[in-house]
Design a protein around this ligand. Structure first.
Ligand code: ATP
Length: 612
């Protein structure tokens, strides 16, 4: 990979051969030697892992390695004598086996979750764990499955390990093996070979074998052009996984009007994944959260970062994580992270993240959302691979507060409606995109009347003016754009309350993505004062209502940094429509101990301002 300075960037490829395999296998070996009774390996690659385990067992002088599957029973069973061993008898066999042994079970997870069999299997495994621990023999059960589904009751007995996909060293081995077995010729220069190996990151051993085999099949040689072919194949494979999507790098910073502070922040970090940056003592950036009004360039910015940093862009479809289409939600999240890490350095784009995590607050999914969310946050906190996360959100009130805590993201940017200078740039960009010279238009005047319009609306205005021009056999001009602006009702009119609330929130908790208004987290935050408990009588008389309300409002003002939860904007609107501040105040106070929703609080203040 070439970085922005044009330097050849090899640091991420500087693994020694089979590096990760050795590390993870050493860990497993240690567990076996320490008599850990049950190890659960999370992976799709049972063949590859079985090979590694056999090798490892041989090094430990353990000859007794058996594999079991529901369809085949044990690999050494004579099926002519009867049906394959059922899972319980298979476990009994392991218990009775009076010699050192590694017992590999494929896809055992359904038995541990199935209602009818669950208690029997869990108990059996626990008995086995106790017996293995107490015995002087070295015996370990290894469960290999693509789903991490260990029931709570087994947590203390089972060690769960996420088995990584092959790294560059192992891919190199497969490459050499392909060359050898096919007799193909490699015409790759050392740097092209590095690129080719890197292009295969993120794939399983079988997938890598297949793409390499496909690459040599037509002319029995591997050349630089095959790198593109492998990237394309990988794109297809990742797409088939249904969760991550490869995005073509087509937008650039120049196609974003305004948002200068954000662009500058990102430009400053464009080489921050390099070896030089590490040597200099810089930490690797984790990611940013872009919050703001729909259609103002959040997604556009995510795409542009990837192009500017020259890194692949992977879009994670949060909806599909929970969609139950491909597998369990937690497994989906884990898999997405694994694939993103294996193709790193990369940009992982999570679009409209609040949509995925909204279920958390309703509590209607028996904790699945919060577990998925926990997996993601823990990864964000601990990640040591260069995966830069760009998360975007329109409605911050739906995001769990943990998300917004300092330290998760490097920065939270607020993307506001464009200011006139930015509108000018946006109009110019969209005219240029359609081969018109911005110089021919009165951008100054147009920018003034388009205040309050989003970038997406401005783009649509240009497009509809072009239609008008085409229809009337003229070319687009300032007057046509002016008319289109006047005919469009901007979103900001219908979303006034939400936008005001979002801005208030952003003023204290985010950086403004546009230079003109950069204040945000640079500002001193007001100190948090403790919130005195308010007590509401069940019945209010008018005087009590008035007193309570003014006291409440005072408290709200004093506690601007206090966090509030569960006041939905809809409910507030309803109460306010009925002019029922009291109920609102009472409800808010009741819920305040849950805390943790600043935006609800800001919305509340914004609404109060509007109606009072
Ligand atoms: P949403 O939350 O609805 O997805 P968003 O903030 O992510 O909105 P984008 O998808 O980035 O908005 O914007 C939609 C389109 O509007 C962009 O593809 C681009 O054509 C245009 N646009 C928005 N903002 C800008 C901008 N600042 N400069 C140039 N074009 C813009």
């Amino acid at each position: 990979m070439t970085n922005n300075n044009g330097d050849s960037e090899t640091v991420t490829l500087s693994h020694t051969k089979g590096d990760s395999r050795l590390k993870i296998d050493k860990e497993i070996e240690l567990l076996i030697r320490a008599k850990y009774p049950i190890i659960s390996l999370l992976s799709w690659e049972e063949d590859r892992i079985t090979r590694q385990l056999k090798q490892m067992a041989a090094e430990l002088d353990i000859e007794n390695v058996r594999t079991w599957s529901f369809s085949r029973g044990f690999d050494d069973e004579d099926l002519s004598l009867g049906p394959p061993k059922d899972p319980i008898s298979a476990l009994d066999d392991c218990l009775k086996d009076e010699q050192d042994g590694v017992f590999i079970f494929y896809d055992f997870h359904p038995f541990l979750r199935d209602h009818a069999s669950r208690s029997l299997f869990n108990r059996k495994l626990r008995d086995l764990a106790i017996a293995f621990r107490e015995s002087p023999l070295l015996r370990t059960i290894i469960l290999i499955s693509p789903i991490a589904d260990i029931p709570d009751e087994l947590e203390k007995d089972v060690t769960l390990i996420d088995y990584p996909l092959p790294e560059v060293g192992e891919i190199d081995d497969i490459f050499e093996e392909t060359i050898k077995t096919t007799g193909a010729k490699s015409l790759l220069s050392p740097s092209d070979k590095e690129k080719l190996l890197k292009a295969a990151l993120g794939l399983t051993v079988n997938e890598i074998r297949n793409v390499f085999a496909k690459a040599v099949v037509d002319n029995n040689q591997i050349q630089a052009e095959d790198i593109q072919f492998i990237i394309e194949e990988k794109r297809q494979i990742i797409r088939k996984s249904g969760i991550l999507e490869y995005y073509p790098l087509e937008e650039e910073f120049d196609s974003i009007g305004g948002l200068n502070a954000l662009k500058e922040w990102l430009r400053q970090r464009s080489n921050s994944f390099s070896y030089k940056a590490r040597e200099f003592g810089l930490p690797e950036p984790k990611g940013i959260l872009l919050v703001g009004i729909p259609g103002c360039g959040k997604s556009l910015s995510a795409k542009a970062v990837a192009a500017e940093w020259k890194q692949p862009l992977l879009r994670l479809d949060i909806g599909k994580i929970f969609g139950g289409i491909v597998g369990s939600s937690e497994e989906n999240m884990r898999r997405a992270i694994k694939v993103a890490e294996s193709v790193s350095p990369t940009i992982l784009w999570l679009d409209e993240i609040e949509k995925g995590f909204a279920g958390m607050k309703d509590g209607g999914d028996s904790g699945v959302t919060s577990r998925v969310f926990g997996t993601f946050l823990t990864w964000m906190q601990e990640k040591n691979k260069p995966v830069f996360v760009v998360a975007t959100a329109n409605d911050i009130s739906k995001l769990p507060p943990e998300f917004l805590r300092k330290g998760r993201f490097d920065e939270i940017f607020f993307v506001d409606l464009p200011e006139p200078d930015e509108i000018k740039e946006i109009i110019a960009i969209h005219l240029q995109k359609r081969n018109r010279d911005p110089e021919d238009f009165d951008l100054e005047m147009l920018a003034k009347i388009a205040k309050g319009y989003t970038g997406a609306e401005i783009e649509q205005i240009i497009i509809s003016s072009l239609y008008t021009a085409f229809h009337t056999n003229k070319d687009i001009d300032t007057a046509m754009i002016e008319t289109a602006i006047q005919e469009t009702v901007p979103l900001s009119k219908t979303m006034e309350t939400e936008i005001t609330a979002l801005r208030r929130w952003a003023q204290k908790r985010a950086r403004f993505a546009s230079e003109v208004r950069t204040t945000g987290s640079d500002q001193m935050k007001p100190p948090i004062k403790p919130l005195t408990k308010l007590r509401f009588p069940y019945m209010f008389d008018n005087q009590q209502k008035a007193n309570t309300f003014s006291e409440f409002k005072e408290l709200c003002k004093e506690n601007e940094s206090e966090v509030w939860e569960n006041i939905s904007a809809g409910r507030m609107e309803k109460w306010l429509e009925r002019n029922n501040f009291f109920e609102l105040a009472a409800e808010t106070a009741k819920l305040r101990d849950y805390t943790n929703n600043d935006i609800a609080f800001e919305q509340f203040l914004a609404l109060l301002e509007k109606v009072s």
